[in-house]
Design a protein around this ligand. Structure first.
Ligand code: GLC
Length: 747
């Protein structure tokens, strides 16, 4: 059997190699026919007219330039009709090289999924892969070849609005999610329902100083390699077809012109064979950075550094030919970039059929697929994080889950009846989409759930921002008539996202005062917090008995929230980012160093690393999330307590659902490397398993500790292990450690 397997594998490799050889031969043959102008055309990308996602440069000649073969790709062209129209223009060009259509399909195309940070809270890699898969099926059915996703920027600063777009603060979790999302988008590149992924933003964009978007990034190479690069490598290991560079300068050199990032690391050390697209206008913006004296120099620096395609800055369009003629840019650099792009167009099958992805029937079928909405509802429910569920005074049990027989429910807040808000930032704007029918509001979700068995009362209470409290009286009045109050508050969807950094991440407006007014009625209150980032809401967190963090959950938001509120889905989300008590704590993240003067407890501040005016701990820690049931961890066993770096430890433990309802638990494995040649974090996530347990059920879990989990970058940037003691911790969050043990790594 083994022999047949080997033969099959060899045959598959030979076929793939011969296909690749064929594609390379076709690329080289085509390249030989191309003029310099046509080559540069392939490096040029313009936006269409749907949903501008950057500062637009008006170019009235786009269509003419496409017919001349001077544009290789478009973004923001939505739908079969329009992609076909533009492709027909490209087919009038001399060499008929098809256009690539790219789009920010970040969390769904027509069926919108939870924002990526919310999905990350599900810790369900299969669900996130499915979400990307469905997004690819719908997008590719509309003529899109390429999504500008996944965004894999590690983010430790919730003032940065783009935290909503990634997977949070942890490198291990972020790397696993990056891999899953690329696999979901691409599945088998060249299949008609797959799209190219674009791993962004390369690199370290999430470390913008002050959490201010587009701001400078300054960090040690060691931190770059240990914390910020691994998710990009993981995405590449998943086969990512393209990368996008980032707006920020990194240690003084803009990423777009950064040879170390794009050539030395990505294309040489990691042997990346795809292509790099600039971010919107980022080539031209190197003039603003003060790195280029003009866009001509920016073009020279960017192409030299390995930025293959120019999104919307016209630098390549207007200056590359001249730079080649002046012998400042060798034609080999241009040819390398062109070949990388042409190779992808061949792999996608666009030369065989330029209209392969622009098929009306397929588009109509994909856009109306109930299975997609079902999947969106499930992952949305999985993304919700139960932050609190205590028994309020004068009651004998938790408020959640709510009973479907609750006689009267007051549903209050500025987000209760909203539709489009639930889509969050980076939802694809489809012109024909009727949000009132395509998005389930929270009101509709609860209505669908309780039907006529409960009386639902509504009051807006207040706006999301502003200081008008005129609506409080009405809200209090209906709360007094109700048995239970649900309050839905938070940000506006466009308060998190690109260019949405906030210095103050408290609940906007007078919403927390509304919470106080409703809480003062003495009625049992459940608060839903809708946001694209961690917010600060200390009074609500300290005084309200039940809180669900509902992020922005997409098309099925209302139904998913109702599933959790009424217990049809037992919440299982865990925070992918630390929630601060105040903006003054930021950056605050769980896997920090100990320092020479660690604070021994939450309130110490004398001669220790702490604030004199605030507790040291976060409001809610990384990995935190409650359930309607409880889980007991026991019987932690290590196969060895002393290993060499070539050996492995098998870790086993029991997890029991000790409550009376089924539920899922994310069992987290953390390590601490006690002593190193560079200081090591006090705790690091190294593995996790999300398990489903019926009430009373016990499962035995196994984890493997191997060399990879014990390795780190030393001061010389070597990926190494060092002998010494390790703490092993198994937790339900990064601070709720249930089981501990130690082991020693020996030479
Ligand atoms: C934006 C974003 C990037 C996006 C691109 C195209 O400025 O930074 O993430 O993919 O432009 O919309």
């Amino acid at each position: 059997m083994k022999k047949i397997g080997t033969i099959t594998l060899l045959l598959t490799c030979f076929i793939a190699l011969s296909q690749q050889k064929t594609i390379d031969e076709k690329v080289n043959a085509l390249l030989k026919q191309m003029t310099l102008e046509e080559k540069i055309g392939q490096l040029n990308q313009y936006t269409g007219n749907n949903q501008a996602t950057g500062p637009i440069t008006i170019n009235p000649n786009k269509e003419t330039e496409i017919k001349k073969g001077l544009i290789g790709s478009m973004l923001n062209v939505i739908g079969t009709k329009y992609t076909r129209q533009y492709q027909e223009l490209a087919m009038q060009s001399r060499l008929k090289i098809p256009l690539l259509f790219g789009q920010d399909v970040v969390h769904g195309y027509k069926t919108t999924f939870p924002i990526p940070l919310a999905e990350a809270a599900s810790w369900d890699l299969a669900a996130m892969e499915l979400s990307a898969r469905i997004a690819a099926v719908e997008a590719s059915a509309s003529g899109i070849h390429w999504t500008f996703a996944p965004m894999v920027d590690i983010a430790r600063d919730p003032r940065w609005g783009r935290v909503m777009e990634g997977a949070g603060e942890d490198t291990y979790l972020g790397s696993k999610i990056a891999y899953a999302r690329v696999k979901g988008f691409q599945e088998k590149l060249g299949n008609v329902n797959s799209v190219m992924a674009c791993v962004k933003h390369f690199a370290a964009y999430g470390a913008a100083i002050g959490g201010r978007d587009y701001n400078s990034v300054d960090m040690s190479e060691r931190m770059l390699w240990e914390t910020y690069l691994p998710p990009f490598k993981s995405a590449l290991d998943a086969g990512a077809a393209t990368f996008m560079n980032s707006f920020n300068d990194l240690n003084g050199i803009p990423a777009t012109g950064n040879k170390y990032l794009q050539r030395d690391i990505l294309k040489e050390k990691w042997n990346f064979q795809g292509f790099v697209v600039s971010d919107w206008g980022s080539i031209g913006e190197m003039v603003n950075h003060g790195y280029s004296k003009d866009t001509k120099e920016a073009a020279l620096q960017a192409i030299t550094a390995g930025s293959d395609m120019d999104m919307e800055s016209n630098a390549y369009r207007y200056h590359l030919a001249e730079l080649v003629q002046e012998n400042k840019v060798p034609i080999t650099l241009i040819d390398d970039a062109v070949k990388r792009i042409l190779r992808k167009k061949f792999e996608l099958g666009l030369f065989d059929n330029p209209y392969k992805y622009s098929n009306l029937e397929r588009e109509q079928a994909a856009m109306n697929n109930p299975e997609h909405r079902k999947a969106a509802r499930i992952i949305a429910a999985k993304s919700i994080v139960l932050l609190k569920n205590v028994i309020p005074s004068a009651r004998e049990k938790n408020i959640l889950p709510l009973s479907k027989d609750t006689k009267t429910i007051a549903f209050i807040g500025p987000l209760v009846k909203e539709h489009k808000q639930n889509m969050g930032f980076w939802a694809v704007e489809l012109p024909e989409l009727d949000y009132n029918t395509q998005v389930v509001s929270q009101w509709e979700g609860v209505k669908n759930k309780v039907g006529s068995s409960s009386k639902l009362l509504y009051a807006k209470g207040c706006e999301i921002d502003g200081d008008n409290k005129d609506g409080f009286a009405e809200a209090v009045a209906i709360a007094n008539q109700a048995d239970i109050v649900i309050l839905s508050i938070g940000e506006r969807a466009d308060m998190s996202g690109e260019a949405k950094s906030r210095s103050n991440i408290h609940l906007p407006g007078v919403q927390e005062e509304l919470v106080k007014a409703i809480q003062a009625t003495g009625k049992p209150v459940v608060v839903l917090i809708n946001a694209g980032r961690p917010l600060v809401f200390n009074w609500t967190a300290d005084n309200v008995p039940a809180i669900l963090y509902t992020w922005w959950l997409g098309s099925e938001a209302g139904n998913a929230i109702a599933d959790v509120l009424f217990g049809d889905y037992n919440p299982s989300g865990k925070l992918p980012m630390t929630f601060p008590r105040a903006e003054g704590q930021i950056p605050i993240y769980y896997n920090h160093f100990n320092t020479g003067r660690p604070a021994p407890n939450d309130t110490a501040f004398n001669y220790v690393s702490a604030y004199t005016d605030l507790n040291n701990s976060p409001k809610f820690p990384f990995g935190y999330g409650l359930s309607y049931t409880t889980f007991e961890y026991s019987d932690l066993k290590l196969s060895k307590n002393k290993i060499k770096s070539t050996e492995k430890i098998t870790v086993s433990l029991h997890v029991k659902n000790s409550g009376n309802v089924a539920g899922e638990e994310v069992v987290q494995l953390y390590l601490r490397d006690k002593v190193g040649s560079v200081v090591r974090p006090i705790i690091e996530l190294k593995d996790f398993q999300k398990i489903q347990l019926n009430a009373g059920e016990t499962k035995v879990l196994e984890f493997i500790i191997d060399k990879e989990k014990l390795s780190f970058y030393n001061a010389a940037l070597q990926w190494i292990t060092e002998p010494g003691d390790f703490d092993l911790m198994i937790g339900s969050s990064s601070t709720d450690i249930r089981l501990k043990n130690t082991f020693e790594l020996v030479k």
